[in-house]
Design a protein. Structure first.
Length: 527
């Protein structure tokens, strides 16, 4: 039995050797080179948008490729239908990375690339997507071509555009063929000192965006800056000029400035006023005068005393048609706002509108004080008077110098004002021309407490004012008890607490809803 088993094992080992030998003889030779019928497709494709409208392409070079062909389609998908908008041929590996320029801005593109080589089929396409940025072909604005109401916008000559859009204002300006050829368009009708954004359009595509700020529209005014000598500027200005004062403290000149011609002196910005320490002396030749948007201060560190008046009419006999003081802050003068007591001046109209005036103590003079002069029409409107005529003195004094102005009529209007601690124990109206008329309406008269005893007048020559819808708070003397009985007899008045937010700090914002709804007081405090 053991012999049989040994014989079988021997025979199997011989068979195994034969099989192994047969397999070794039939093994394929080693493959050392892969034979293909076409080139492989480019791989590792990179697409980077540069300078908004150019595309930087890169990929891994394909073995045996001699050149590459690139096709661009205006599309947001990879369908590649239709005709390519651009084809680039003959690109070699040495040119990589490759930048292709001149695409439309803000546009989706599909791109595909194939490899081409000699004696072999071209590769299949490798594809990708990119979107260009917004074009910027506007050239910088030339400062010499930028004005208050117009600007010249430029771009490379011949570059196509259909219109220019500007904001604010929603301006839509068509670009003509001649402007395309020149690469320039003049935009008019702009607003001074305004920041605009302009977009150069080609249909719905933005070709350029630029922001610029128009210059200040002086409207023919003479610009004056804090470094300038204000006195010299006024002396040099022709009659009828407007001087536009830019914000800041005017330290180059302080004290008296004589004005002997018609002129307007105004702060350029209504809410950022220039600060001047000036007394204006108004002389013969000054026919029409406007002082607007100024902050006039009667004190300054170099002087131990306050300036006496903000406006002084000079000695002499002459006529001034109008003096307007508006939109200003006037404070800390020692004697008067306006004084006409040194000459024989006739002022046809004095307008005081939209001002805040405070801490003018009126030491030796009244707030509006004409003793030898004459004012035909005095209009005080939309203003706040805080502790003026506080020595105490009169708020308005229009004295009767009959030898100078016999038989003249003087008219006074006070409307929509706020008075706080004005002329304590003294008169609001001291008007003594033989013929005079006063209207006082929609005005708040208020004291800090019930000790305030300012009143209308005790002069028999002062005609009873026509009063309407005034409010008296801590001001009992306006309603009675005056020697000659001059007080509000309209029956339309109220005695409500205005609820001023902080009068000690000069904040006279009204919190009383009735006064707010009825529009009583200086409008600036009713909103």
């Amino acid at each position: 039995m053991n012999n049989i088993i040994k014989k079988i094992a021997f025979l199997l080992s011989i068979v195994a050797l034969v099989v192994v030998a047969g397999c070794k003889d039939e093994r394929d030779p080693e493959v050392k080179e892969l034979k293909v019928s076409r080139l492989f497709s480019p791989t590792s494709l990179e697409l980077i948008v540069v300078q908004q409208t150019s595309i930087r392409l890169n990929w891994r070079p394909v073995k045996n490729a001699q050149t590459y062909t690139i096709e661009f389609f205006e599309s947001a998908n990879l369908n590649f239908t239709g005709t390519p908008v651009r084809t680039v041929t003959g690109v070699t590996s040495l040119q990589l990375p490759l930048t292709v320029r001149g695409f439309a801005g803000d546009t989706d593109y599909a791109v595909r690339i194939k490899a081409i080589g000699p004696d072999i089929g071209e590769s299949k396409w490798t594809s990708g997507l990119f979107k260009t940025g917004t074009e910027q072909i506007f050239l910088p604005v030339n400062p010499d071509e930028l004005f208050a109401t117009r600007v010249t916008l430029k771009w490379p000559a011949g570059e196509t555009a259909t219109h220019i859009m500007l904001t604010p204002g929603n301006i839509n300006r068509t670009v003509t063929a001649a402007e395309v050829t020149a690469g320039a368009a003049i935009i008019t009708g702009l607003t001074g000192e305004t920041t605009y954004t302009a977009r150069l359009m080609n249909g719905t595509k933005i070709r350029g965006t630029i922001t610029f700020t128009t210059l200040i529209d002086l409207g023919g005014a003479i610009a004056v800056y804090p470094k300038d000598d204000l006195n010299a500027a006024i002396l040099a200005a022709p009659a009828g000029s407007t001087l536009a004062l830019f914000p800041g403290a005017y330290n180059a000149y302080k004290g008296d400035i004589t004005v002997n011609k018609s002129i307007t002196v105004k702060g350029f910005y209504p809410t950022n006023r220039p600060v001047i320490n000036i007394r204006f002396i108004l002389a013969s030749g000054a026919t029409d005068l406007i002082f607007e948007n100024l902050e006039m201060v009667g004190t300054y560190p170099e002087s131990a005393t306050k300036l006496l008046q903000a406006f002084l009419f000079d000695a002499g006999t002459y006529t001034v048609n109008s003096l307007t003081i508006k939109g200003s802050i006037i404070r800390e003068y020692n004697q008067a706002l306006v004084y006409g007591g040194t000459g024989v001046v006739r002022l046809n109209t004095l307008n005081i509108d939209n001002n805040v005036m405070s801490n003018i103590v009126n030491d030796g003079g009244d707030f509006i004080d004409f003793r030898t002069g004459f004012v035909a029409n005095l209009n005080v409107t939309n203003s706040t008077f805080n502790r003026v005529a506080a020595m105490p003195r009169d708020f308005i004094r229009l004295d009767n110098s009959s030898a100078n102005f016999p038989g003249q009529t003087s008219n006074v209007v006070i409307n929509r004002c706020t008075f706080f601690q004005v002329s304590n124990t003294r008169r609001i109206l001291y008007v003594r021309f033989v013929s005079n008329a006063s209207t006082v309406s929609n005005t708040i008269f208020a004291g800090a407490d019930a000790s305030y005893t300012g009143y209308f007048s005790n002069q028999a020559a002062t005609t009873q004012p026509v009063c309407s819808r005034n409010n008296y708070w801590n001001a009992p003397s306006f309603l009675g008890g005056v020697t000659s009985g001059k007080f509000d007899i309209s029956g339309t008045h109220t005695t409500l607490n205005p609820g001023f937010v902080n009068p000690e700090a000069g904040n006279f914002k009204v919190t009383n809803e009735t006064l707010i709804l009825n529009g009583i007081g200086d409008p600036r405090w009713l909103n």
